[in-house]
Design a protein around this ligand. Structure first.
Ligand SMILES: Nc1ncnc2c1ncn2[C@@H]1O[C@H](COP(=O)(O)OP(=O)(O)OP(=O)(O)O)[C@@H](O)[C@H]1O
Ligand SMILES: [Mg+2]
Length: 300
């Protein structure tokens, strides 16, 4: 059996905005695409170590752009992104590749290599570290393989290491995506709509898994997510983007009618209402679902 990761006691509940040295510091970030679309208009935000942040906002608000500017998958037009002491926005291409190893990414569509096994997909998170010929030959150091087994065990896929990725369900595929992101020992997780292709219950399981793992590792994360209730239940802080500007930054329980209207406008967001019965065996983290549903009902 592969070794299990060391079990740590659950972390005590954190204050929503702890005042410790920021790990990720974004300053006056703007992005204007070649088409002239102003996707980000001067966004500044700091995310301290261990904080799990939900990024919400209507379609086209700039959520994916913001996440992708952090590891420069999208090149920012102006502004800076600092990760610890590192100014990511000033790095050469070569240094950027190295810096990206410090930033794990999890995608909506999982981005797995279909014909490779679960294990090979997880190990591909390691490619930045392994010399090209070894990765080409699919020869990974034994400690990487051992670690990948432990990660698969952690995300509940210990039995599936040898399956091909295309034989998995959506929830299982996302678990592989999570394990792959962790294989590179990231210091920051960027997560772009991890649950958009999943059913409500699986979505909650995946969000819970991400939150638990972040707590175990004191790993900060920015999770771009459309589902407001999921964001409230499974993140410690919410950022609301609207038309490229941050219009909300606060703890989940402060996301009230006024804030939601500010982010989504008058009509849009009430459609996010959800029946509390969808996952009755799950305990919400911040408040009762009934309370939340009543709050949303009251707004229509
Ligand atoms: N590659 C691109 N070229 C030109 N414009 C783009 C590009 N990518 C995004 N945009 C524009 O930038 C704005 C922000 O897009 P972005 O994808 O960041 O929004 P989003 O909040 O992630 O939306 P969604 O919730 O639909 O995923 C939109 O106006 C979009 O049309
Ligand atoms: Mg997006």
């Amino acid at each position: 059996m592969p070794a299990r990761p060391v079990a740590r006691p659950p972390m005590p509940a954190r204050a929503a905005l702890p005042e410790i040295a920021a790990l990720l510091k974004i300053e006056s970030l703007t992005k204007t695409y070649k088409t002239g679309d102003k996707a980000l208009k001067g966004v500044s935000v700091e995310v301290p170590s261990g904080q799990v942040v939900g990024l919400i906002g209507p379609s086209g608000a700039g959520k994916s752009t913001l996440i992708r500017c952090i590891n420069r998958l999208v090149e920012p037009t102006e502004g800076t992104v600092r990760l610890g002491e590192l100014d990511v926005t000033r790095l050469s291409r070569r240094d950027l590749r190295r810096a990206r190893r410090r930033i794990g990414m999890i995608f909506q569509e999982y981005a797995l290599v279909e014909r490779l096994t679960v294990m090979e997909n997880v190990l591909s998170g390691r490619l930045g570290y392994v010399p090209f010929w070894r990765s080409f030959m699919r020869k990974f150091p034994p400690d990487s393989v051992e670690k990948a087994f432990a990660l698969l065990d952690r995300v509940g896929l210990g039995e599936h290491a040898d399956k091909r990725a295309d034989a998995l369900s959506g929830g299982q595929r996302q678990r592989v995506g999570i394990a792959r992101a962790l294989e590179q020992d990231p210091e920051l997780l960027l997560v772009d709509e991890p649950t958009a292709s999943l059913d409500p219950k699986t979505s909650r399981q995946i969000m819970r898994l991400i939150l638990e793992i972040c707590r175990e590792r004191d790993l900060p994360a920015i999770i771009n997510i459309h589902d407001v209730v999921l964001a409230q239940d499974f993140t410690q802080r919410i950022l609301g983007l609207r038309a490229g500007e941050l219009v909300f930054d606060g703890p989940p329980d402060q996301l009230d009618e006024k804030a939601l209207t500010e982010i989504y406008g008058e009509e849009d967001w009430t459609a996010m209402r959800r029946r509390a019965s969808e996952d009755e065996d799950e305990e919400p983290m911040h408040h009762s679902e009934r309370e939340l549903v009543e709050r949303l009902e009251g707004l229509s």
